[in-house]
Design a protein around this ligand. Structure first.
Ligand code: PBG
Length: 324
């Protein structure tokens, strides 16, 4: 008796394995998150994200040049706002000369062809560290959407190619799209964090921006991680409201959600490998418990296999250097 089908034939050498490989990673898969601070000559390591830094605008220029030279073509900007500029309404978010608006211009100045996406949410600007306006301890929806739309317009005016609302208010995609259209920013895109879960994996990011909620948690707006069908509902609604790209966040623990969404939508799907995922691998690798590069690649391929077209990842530069 012999076997008619021997699956191992397709695994005998690296040449045949690469010939039949279903998923690969390339520099154009990535969105590179960048953390920006006020000041000069600042490149400070984020303590819970070893090897990841906050940059002042002058040093941001060198970082952006390096990103572009590595073949990475898209960045996602986040700003750390000084405490004295924070209030309940996120007033500073609309300042045409605010840190985000200057950061957008700085990036475009050094790398005009780089795609610039901006985080849109109130938390870095909020004295309460919440993604929206707080009234009587509740994050109010519709007034927040109004500010998010104005914030998006302000980013578009500064030169952002895409805005990325990460707040999970109801109806914010429609509010943003309507204002951008009305003001003739028809080609400014929206990447919606459409299935964003209330997750403890965001801890290191909140250290990076000093944006942890001052009271309570984010469970009245971000999704309950026990839910799966709800992610599809959220995502389809965002597409109806005008989202060009949809996103699932966090990444690794939510691959089922990535696949569910990929199966039903006709727009590109992004996934965010968040700060806690980065921190876990860095910590295990530091202890010598896991092989950093091997695990990094395995996880990134898992995102592609699950159905993601785009990956926001703090590993983007590491990967591209490894790919050579
Ligand atoms: C802000 C925002 C957060 C992240 C991206 N945008 C934090 C949060 O919602 O509390 C998390 C990213 C990460 O952990 O890497 N709304």
């Amino acid at each position: 008796m012999y076997q008619l089908r021997r699956n191992r034939r397709l695994r005998t050498t690296e040449a045949i394995r690469s010939l039949v490989r279903e998923h690969t990673i390339s520099p154009t898969d990535f969105l590179v998150p960048l953390f920006i601070v006020e000041g000069l000559q600042i490149k400070e390591e984020i303590s819970s994200m070893p090897g990841y830094y906050r940059y002042s605008l002058d040093l941001l220029k060198d970082e952006v040049k390096e990103i572009w030279s590595l073949g990475l073509k898209s960045v996602l900007l986040f700003v750390k706002v000084p405490d004295h500029l924070k209030d309940n309404k996120g007033t500073e978010a609309l300042n045409p000369d605010g840190l985000m608006q200057r950061a957008i211009k700085t990036v475009k100045e050094v790398a005009p062809e780089l795609l610039v996406m901006t985080d849109v949410a109130l938390d870095p600007y909020s004295s309460y560290g919440h993604d929206g306006i707080v009234e009587d301890g509740y994050i109010v929806n519709d007034p927040t959407c109004n500010i998010l739309a104005q914030m998006s317009l302000s980013h578009a005016m500064a030169g952002a190619d895409f805005v990325a609302p990460s707040d999970m208010m109801d109806g914010r995609i429609l509010a943003i799209r309507e204002l951008l259209e009305k003001e003739s920013y028809k080609n400014t895109g929206i990447m919606s964090y459409s299935a964003k879960y209330a997750s403890a994996f965001y801890g290191p990011f909140r250290d990076a921006l000093d944006s942890a909620p001052g009271f309570g948690d984010k469970k009245t707006y971000q999704m309950d991680f026990s839910n799966r069908d709800e992610a599809v509902k959220e995502t389809l609604m965002d597409i109806d409201e005008g989202a060009d790209i949809v996103m699932v966040k966090p990444g690794l623990a939510y691959l089922d959600i990535v696949r569910d969404i990929r199966d039903v939508v006709d727009v590109p799907v992004a996934v965010y490998q968040v700060s806690g995922e980065y921190a876990m691998l860095k910590a295990a690798a530091e202890k010598g418990w896991l092989d950093h590069d091997a695990i990094m690649m395995e996880q990134l391929i898992a995102f592609k296999r699950a159905g993601a077209h785009i990956i926001a990842s703090y590993f983007a530069k590491d990967v591209v250097k490894l790919l050579g």
